[in-house]
Design a protein around this ligand. Structure first.
Ligand SMILES: NC(=O)C1=CN([C@@H]2O[C@H](COP(=O)(O)OP(=O)(O)OC[C@H]3O[C@@H](n4cnc5c(N)ncnc54)[C@H](O)[C@@H]3O)[C@@H](O)[C@H]2O)C=CC1
Ligand SMILES: N[C@@H](CC=O)C(=O)O
Length: 790
């Protein structure tokens, strides 16, 4: 079986496998065809091979037909139901013209079923599902202008004594391969040495795909499925399961040996020793790059379960566990290896078959007939020592360097599983924080951090792993929050490259908290995100960058599955963005958001009484920590303009700053130059403000700087401007520094939703940043690490 294969190596070939759930209905066929089209465009010059499973639950339906074949009264309705189902799939997936030949072929296959059942040729009946998928997908692709051809794997895939005969298969395949064609190959089916149709068992299509990958020397095999990654635990049971983007080949094999359904041992075995890469991706969320299984990747933590297992003990060296697993097509796991005996774990349902197979080889095995539930922890890097207290109900525990397996009397419930995951997969429950900007708000954020660390200690270790300002960066993994000032003053200057390589080196999860006012710094977000950081911003520059740059950040977040929280960029600690998000996600439609968005201007217009120059009040607002680093950002109205853009983007609008009409408070000639250059010219501002104040007062009104975003017929209108309002106006009665957000929506129409409170100041802003942090912590570490699972 090891002579040279005859197919010419196609180093650039790509194999894509689509399972039954990816081909469940006509819409899914269309989605897969679109994906293939994209792959075809991207993979210019590369041969594309597709491997398909039967559509949706067709194999189950065929199995039911086979099971009822002795009873025609039962079998016939099942056949006609399937006929109807598949026929309507073809009709919906193709044009009327294109469907004709596929329908004819389908009817022929189905018409042959009764005879095949009588002749006990069950595998040929089962093959109908995959044959239909291959034929139908190739027809759908042809309708999209692609050159595609269906290929029955039984015409080339040969198994000899249950093992693939690669040389013969390659020779047969070479003769069938057509140039410039997308081959759509049936998964799951092959032929044996007697030319009989055989099936490759559950998940056999994955195996077909990797065998094909080996035959065509593919650069990559992609298994398209319904999960976007390989998770640290079953995400249906453990909500906080981590989606891994890379898993080592060794751990993928280990998971497969333990019966984890994500990849089967045979699927992996076909590519062992080849250079072909393996990737798992979601056909439902193709935007995610999925998870790559590759050699040089660090070990991750996994929890996997194997229900209803039993133990066999036999003489050491008498038989090979992997061989038995292959014969049984079930996991057989070596739990303990002693000098004279070994203990194996296997599903209870196949213990008798295993004993029979061993007996046939004159091997005596002792069967512990008790049934257990096995729970395995595959150890990642920095695995913690686990005490026996963690799972006191365990009856046995087997541990080696790579894994720890407990045998339990009953399965853990969802909550216990979640707790175990919390304890083992994210054992340190540590979140690393790098804080950029240590001024007014940054300093307060750091001052609050120590208390937060203590408060959260039982749940999560919050480690300060960096503090920086515009000049220096203190980049150490565990900085005491009380010591940062002196250490930062003595730290080295920084450069974006050194910062990025430091961020890359930090273990995840990690968050970069941007409390700078810098647009240049915000432009580095895509790189921070690629380095694995989540982002929390008080800095409004990132959220208000020109649309194309803003989209780059969003794309990086999607690519790297990271989060960006920026609730303090509008309204400081007032949860205005969160409120809008909640309304939107609940299905409300926002019609208007308006109000007072500047704490500084709110404070100034409440305090300014004409008794002294306006600029004196500006200085007071600055000293109170309300203003932007350069208060002219507040006075010009630009800060409010930015905040309105923040909310517009929160609502999904693609506005730019320039789309928001702005009436500045500051005479434009004062906007240029530095604050120091402005200061001697402040009388210009003072005079303008004194005049506006006097005019408003004469009318019995007060000044308010008002932002307004209106959405009508999908059109947005946005403006920020000074208004003189009467004392009875809803925006008149405010405390100095208050922000007011008036939200009008379908649900809040006659009586709007109003959020009101201090909208600036170091304490509320730093508090708002800690609220964002709490949200992130909640996302990562939902529960406290238990000493014992309850
Ligand atoms: N003051 C407030 O009430 C609120 C402020 N904010 C925002 O918080 C941010 C910080 O405001 P403040 O603390 O008042 O400013 P600040 O001027 O007191 O402090 C800014 C800090 O950022 C550092 N910095 C500047 N450029 C940097 C760069 N490129 N890289 C690294 N560090 C850099 C400075 O050295 C300084 O440590 C601003 O973006 C502001 O808009 C947001 C909401 C409310
Ligand atoms: N300078 C800003 C601070 C908050 O964003 C304001 O006054 O509102």
């Amino acid at each position: 079986m090891h002579s040279k294969t005859q197919l010419q190596p196609q180093q650039a070939a790509q194999v894509h496998k689509f399972g039954g759930s990816s081909l469940a209905d006509a819409n899914r066929f269309a989605a897969v065809a679109k994906l293939v089209q994209q792959q075809h465009q991207q993979a210019a010059g590369q041969a594309l091979w597709l491997v398909v499973s039967a559509p949706g639950d067709t194999t189950d339906a065929l199995l039911n037909i086979i099971a009822s074949s002795d009873n025609e009264a039962q079998c016939q309705p099942l056949r006609s139901a399937l006929q109807q189902q598949l026929s309507s799939l073809v009709q919906q997936a193709l044009s009327a013209e294109g469907a004709v030949s596929v329908q004819v072929q389908l009817q022929q296959w189905l018409a042959a079923v009764p005879a095949l059942l009588t002749q006990q040729r069950h595998n040929e009946v089962l093959a109908i599902g995959e044959r239909l998928s291959a034929l139908l997908l190739s027809a759908v692709l042809k309708e999209r202008g692609l050159n595609a051809a269906a290929l029955d794997a039984r015409d080339f895939l040969r198994l000899h004594q249950h093992q693939p005969d690669l040389p013969q298969s390659a020779a047969l395949l070479a003769a069938l391969t057509q140039a410039d064609t997308i081959h759509v190959v049936t998964g799951f089916i092959a032929r044996d040495e007697q030319q009989r149709s055989i099936t490759l068992g559950r998940n056999g299509s994955d195996y077909s795909a990797t065998l094909l990958g080996a035959l065509v020397h593919a650069a990559e095999v992609t298994i398209w499925t319904d999960v976007k990654a390989i998770y640290s635990a079953d995400p249906r049971k453990v909500a906080s399961a981590l989606p891994y983007q890379q898993v080592s080949w060794q751990q993928a094999c280990q998971l497969a040996r333990l019966g984890n359904p994500v990849l089967h041992a045979r699927t992996l075995s076909a590519l062992t020793g080849t250079t072909t890469r393996l990737r798992v991706r979601s056909s439902y969320q193709p935007v995610h790059q999925g998870c790559q299984v590759q050699q040089q990747v660090k070990a991750q933590h996994f929890i996997t379960e194997l229900n209803d297992v039993t133990l066999l003990t036999l003489a050491a060296g008498s038989y090979d566990a992997e061989r038995l697993a292959l014969q049984l097509q079930q996991p057989v796991v070596t739990l303990a290896q002693h000098s004279d005996h070994v203990i194996w774990l296997l599903p209870a349902s196949c213990a008798e078959q295993a004993l029979a197979l061993l007996a046939a080889e004159h091997i005596h095995a002792v069967w512990d007939t008790r049934r257990y539930h096995a729970l395995a922890w595959l150890k990642g890097e920095q695995a913690t020592d686990v005490s026996a207290n963690l799972l006191p109900q365990a009856l046995h525990r087997y541990e080696n360097e790579q894994q720890l397996i407990w045998l339990l009397p009953t399965p853990l419930n969802a909550e216990q599983l979640q707790q175990l995951h919390q304890a083992l997969v994210t054992p340190a429950a540590e979140l690393k924080l790098v804080v950029a900007g240590s001024g007014n708000v940054g300093g307060e954020f750091l001052a609050m951090l120590q208390h937060q660390q203590q408060r959260l200690q039982p749940q999560v270790k919050l480690s300060l792993a960096g503090v920086m300002n515009s000049r220096r960066a203190l980049l150490e993994p565990d900085i005491a929050p009380i010591d940062w000032q002196q250490a930062l003053a003595e730290a080295a200057s920084w450069h974006s490259d050194s910062l990025l390589s430091y961020l890359q080196s930090l273990p995840a999860p990690k968050v970069l908290v941007d409390i700078t006012p810098s647009a240049d710094f915000a432009r580095l977000y895509p790189q921070f995100i690629a380095a694995g950081c989540d982002i929390i911003s008080a800095n409004k520059q990132g959220v208000t960058l020109p649309g194309s740059e803003y989209q780059q950040i969003k794309q990086a977040l999607a690519d790297h599955q990271r989060q960006w929280l920026s609730n303090t960029t509008c309204g400081a600690g007032i949860p205005v963005q969160r409120s809008l998000q909640e309304l939107l996600s609940a299905g409300d439609r926002i019609r208007q958001v308006s109000g007072i968005f500047s704490g500084t201007l709110s404070w100034l217009f409440c305090q300014f009484d004409g008794s002294k120059p306006f600029s004196d009040f500006v200085l007071e607002a600055q000293q109170a920590g309300l203003t932007e680093p350069d208060p002219r950002d507040d006075l010009s109205g630009k800060d409010v303009q930015r905040k309105l853009l923040v909310l517009a983007r929160e609502l999904g609008l693609t506005l730019e700053l320039g789309d928001i009409a702005l009436q500045p408070l500051l005479p434009v000639e004062l906007e240029q130059g530095s604050w120091q250059q402005f200061w001697p010219k402040r009388a210009l501002l003072d005079n303008a403000m004194a005049q506006l104040f006097a005019q408003a007062k004469a009318q019995g009104k007060v000044l308010r700087y008002v932002a307004c975003l209106t959405l009508q017929n999908e059109q947005a209108q946005a403006s920020v401007a000074l208004q003189a309002v009467s004392p009875t106006h809803p925006l008149a009665a405010i405390a100095p520094c208050d922000n007011v957000f008036v939200i009008e929506s379908d649900w809040y129409s006659s009586n709007p939703l109003v959020l009101k409170g201090p909208g600036a100041g170091k304490q509320v802003t730093a508090g708002g940043l800690h609220a964002d942090l709490a949200q992130l912590i909640d996302f990562y570490f939902r529960r406290a690490q238990p000493a014992t699972l309850t």
